[in-house]
Each structure stands twice: as C-alpha cells, then as structure tokens.
Design a protein around this ligand. Structure first.
Ligand code: GAP
Length: 510
C-alpha cells in the first residue's frame, strides 16, 4: 500500500506545483476539503465538462441541457427526502477526539481485505506464469473465496443496520471487527449518530421573515422541478433527458483524499424520463453508454468496474456505481440510478401541481420514471490526473509526464523558438496566432529547449512545436510528440490539421 500512497502524494504535490489544484484560501492555512483550480486545472476541468456535455447533450437528439440556480425553494429538499434522510452515520474516537464516518471505517476495513485478495492474485500469477487464469483463480481459490465471503458478510450486515437505522449495531460491528482509530490506535468509540450533510444559509433580512435555505447537495432537483418547463418549451417527447453541470455542496464529515471528497464540488448529471415499466431497459442502456464513455478515454478497461448496490434506497429499483481504480483503490466515480417516479411524485404532492406527461402514443397521462447518471467532475479530474501521472526513465534521467488524453490536455501545443534571436520569436508568435483561435496554445522562450520540453511534459501538452534556423528558410518546424518524444519536421501549414486530428472528439466517441 505504501507505494500507492507515495504515488498519490506525488500526484497531489504535482497538481499544486504545476498549477492544477490549490487548497482554497491557502494564505489562511486553507479551508478543509475545499479546493481551487489553477490555470491548467481550470482548462482540464473545462475540457472534461465539454466532453461530457458534447457526448451527453449535443450528440443525443433526445437530451437537452439546463443551468438551474444553486438556491432552490426550501420545500424542494423536504420533498426530495434530503431534510429527513440525507445523513451520514458518524462516530468519534474518545482518545484522539477525531470524528469518522462509520461507513468509511467499515469500507476501509473491507478495502484491506480486498488488498489481501490482490496479493494472493499477484503471488499466484508469479507462480503459474503464462498459464495463469486470473478469473478462474479468483472464482475457485479457497483463500480468495474466504476473503470475498468475509467482505460480503460485513457489507450485508452494515447495509441492513443502515436500512433499519440500527446505529447501535453499527457501533457493535466496528468493535467486533477490531477497527481502531488511525490516530490514537484505540477502540474507544462513542455511539454512532446521524448527521445531516446539507449546508444551511438564509435569504432576506435576518429578522422575522428570513427564509432558511440550503445549498443544493445535488444538481438533480433543479432538473426535476423544471421537468414540465423543459418538456413543453423544448417540445420533448418521452423518452428524453435533461442534463446539467454545476456546483453541489455537502458538509462531509470525513473529507479526505484530496479532491475525491470535497465540501464544494461539481456534478454532471442527466435525468432520463421514461414510460413506467421501461425503466430497467433504459437503466441497462445508460449503464452501457456510460461505461463506453469512460472506456473511450483509453485509461485501461481493467481500471473500471460496476458495483451493484445491494440494498437500494427506498426510491430506487436498480442502482450501481462505476468504480475507478484510484491510487488508493477502487472507488465510486459515477452513479447510475433507476429512481422510479419518486422525485416527480413527491414534488407533485408538496407543490400541489401536476407534474405529468401526456403520452400521445398510448393516449395516457402519467408521472414518468427516471433513470439518472451522476458523475462528479472533480472526481473525474482526479481519475485523469492520477492515471496520467508517469515517471519514466529516459537516458538515466527521470521524465515526469502527464499522459492526459490529448483531447482533454490543458494546453494542446507549445510554440517554442529555439533561441531568442534571428527573428525566431516573431516567427513563433506568428504560428501561435494562427493556432490559438482553435487550440489552447502556449508560447515559451525561456530556458533551454530540453527544459521547456520537460515543462510541457509535466503539464501534459501533446505537441511541442520548435521554430529553428531552418524554419526561417523553408517554413518547416519540428513537432515533438509528448508520448513517444519523437520529432518530425513538418510544414507550418500542416500544423493545424496535425493537432486537429489528435485532439478531435471524434477519435474518442465512435
Ligand atoms: N443525484 C444523485 C447523486 O447525487 P451521489 O452518488 O450522491 O448521487 C453522484 O453523487 C456523484 O457525485 C458521485 O458518484 C461522485 O462522483 C460525486 N460526489 C458525491 N459527493 C462528492 C464529494 N463530496 N466530493 C466530490 N464528488 C462527490
């Protein structure tokens, strides 16, 4: 595990050093689990958002986008169930005075058992060499099966306790599993309590008449309450979807692992409205479409897996997560939920207004069922950054490179005059001007060309374009590829199409 932790620490340090992510209000020693995106980070984040938006909204005839406000009428959160049930079970260690989420303590415990499985697999792979069949081994090896059973039993008991609001049993389970506080090392735990995760604020004057509001904990409700507005004005026919991206806020008890769990974060959500009875078929459709979207980025299919929810929330009739292998293990990246008609029906009741659709094909009005896809933009950012981070040995040196998918790279090309003399800077700026309308490009003339290449590698720039003496004679430049480090000489008028080909969204979405 130490190795993974080391890599993760390096990724976090790299994100700061190269202007991807800073701690919020760092001059005041920071604010817990709130982060700011720097020059390269904000570009990368925009590019991820655009990729999601294009593939979900622009490339689907039956999906449209909205941009709802963060503030919503307070009854929204009563109707959605968040006022009563958006809680995390928390527990304190009496010796260290540290607070933990009970579910996270249990999850960390099962992750340790999963590590044991991984170790068994690695050992066996080494022993059996080429003849090793991993799937067969995992499904038949008694030790692995034992570990898997242990994990299932732990999760089943925990889910049951959560479902029955049996907080006492959660505490007993933590004690029986021998879970100790990572800080004090003791098992001296308080009782488990429920803690609501919504941030409260006020609208209007603070004297009488001020309304208690919440910062939205999910963007989805802005879509539900606008369902009829959108359906009517955009003349949508079921099945159709409404998508949006935007900030969400949760007062997370345990905010750890950098931007994995934040108190202010961004979601990219889509609610797909369907005929009752057809939701499971659409749920399967969106599971398939979303995993393909992730695979399209070429970050290794083996790094993703589905995790079906064993105990469903009261409003869901199917739900799963897409998990990604972060440096700290497989964790939730995206949720896909079949939410039935729970939200629309509940808003209908609380608002006293009909939220129904008249289906001309079957001549019937009904409250549609909803399948939702919900992904955290910051979490997606972390998958890209942690997967892209590579330390390569080159001629006895270490090259630090971010192999970010070219389409998402913050800077697509750097234009570099070999020296500051002989009209090279002017020529380089001419090239920059030609390209910067379509691609985010950078001009750099400081330091040796080798150092400049390395700096661009470290922020993941796919192309370095160098202007040299020959450029001034025949209008050609060298183009260096970030991944192969190969250089080729090309005519300046080919640059646009070379970059375009590499960063084109069509390369990714077939
Ligand atoms: N509307 C459904 C919903 O909000 P969720 O599973 O609570 O479902 C969806 O959240 C996604 O939002 C998660 O899969 C994760 O990517 C992201 N997310 C949730 N809480 C987060 C947090 N505290 N920090 C960063 N991302 C978070």
């Amino acid at each position: 595990m130490a190795n993974y932790e080391d890599i993760f620490k390096k990724v976090v340090a790299h994100a700061k050093e190269y202007g991807f992510v800073f701690q919020s209000s760092e001059v005041y020693d920071g604010l817990g689990a709130v982060y700011d995106y720097g020059p390269y980070g904000s570009e990368l984040k925009n590019n991820i958002r655009t990729y999601w938006w294009k593939s979900m909204v622009n490339m689907n005839e039956n999906i449209v986008g909205i941009d709802a406000a963060i503030f919503m009428h307070p009854t929204t959160w009563k109707a959605s169930g968040h006022v009563d049930a958006f809680n995390d079970p928390l527990i304190d260690n009496k010796d260290s005075k540290k607070r933990y989420r009970a579910d996270v303590l249990i999850e960390d415990h099962t992750a340790k058992i999963e590590n044991k499985i991984e170790k068994e697999v690695k050992k066996a792979a080494k022993r059996f060499g080429n003849s090793f069949n991993q799937e067969q081994f995992i499904n038949t090896n008694p030790r692995v099966l034992g570990y898997k059973e242990k994990i299932s039993a732990i999760m089943a008991r925990f889910s049951k306790a959560m479902e029955n609001d049996d907080l006492a049993d959660i505490k007993t389970q933590i004690e029986e599993l021998g879970i100790v506080c990572p800080v004090s090392g003791t098992k001296n735990w308080t009782n488990v309590r429920q803690f609501n995760l919504m941030f409260k604020t006020q609208m209007g004057s603070t004297a009488d008449g001020a309304n208690d509001l919440y910062l939205r904990p999910e963007t989805a409700q802005g879509i539900f309450v606008n369902f009829l507005n959108v359906q009517k004005t955009a003349r949508m026919k079921i099945p159709f979807g409404i998508a949006q991206t935007g900030k969400a806020f949760r007062n997370e008890i345990v905010a750890r692992q950098f931007i994995f769990r934040m108190r202010e974060f961004e979601q990219m959500e889509m609610q797909f409205f369907v005929r009752p009875g057809e939701e499971i078929q659409w749920y399967e459709h969106w599971k398939d479409a979303r995993i393909k979207w992730h695979h399209s980025l070429g970050m290794g299919e083996e790094n993703y897996r589905f995790h079906d929810h064993e105990n469903l929330a009261h409003y869901a009739n199917a739900a799963c997560d897409i998990e990604f292998k972060f440096p700290f293990g497989f964790k939730e990246l995206e949720g896909i939920h079949s939410r039935t008609d729970f939200d629309l029906k509940s808003h209908q009741e609380h608002a006293g207004r009909k939220l129904q659709y008249f289906d001309p094909e079957i001549n019937e009005s009904y409250v549609p069922y909803v399948v939702e896809t919900s992904i955290g933009l910051d979490r997606m950012f972390l998958t890209i950054l942690s997967h892209a981070y590579n330390e390569e040995k080159v001629n006895g040196d270490t090259r630090l490179v971010l192999n970010i998918p070219a389409m998402l790279a913050p800077v697509k090309a750097a234009v570099l005059p070999l020296t500051k003399k002989d009209n090279m800077p002017e020529k380089a700026r001419e090239i920059l001007k030609e390209l910067q309308c379509d691609f985010n490009c950078q001009y750099e003339e400081k330091d040796s060309i080798g150092k400049r290449y390395r700096r661009q590698d470290a922020i993941g720039t796919p192309f370095c374009i160098t202007v040299d003496h020959q450029t001034l004679e025949d209008n050609t430049v060298t183009v260096r590829d970030r991944d192969t480090m190969e250089q080729s000489r090309v005519s300046i008028d080919k640059l646009h199409s070379i970059i375009s080909k590499k960063v084109d969204i069509k390369n990714y979405l077939q």
